[in-house]
Design a protein around this ligand. Structure first.
Ligand code: ZN
Length: 43
């Protein structure tokens, strides 16, 4: 599991001490979440 750029949504594979998006230069990265689909039933 890696990180995702909070701005452009690109996946960041490697994080060094200068963690930033290699595509847009954004420094805000969010943890990539497993794609879990939630089903909500209402009755
Ligand atoms: Zn980015």
């Amino acid at each position: 599991m890696g990180y995702v750029c909070a701005k452009c949504g690109k996946k960041i594979k490697t994080l060094d001490k200068f963690a930033r998006c290699a595509f847009c230069g954004n420094r805000i990265l969010v943890k990539e979440r497993p794609n879990v689909a939630k089903e909500v039933s209402t009755d």
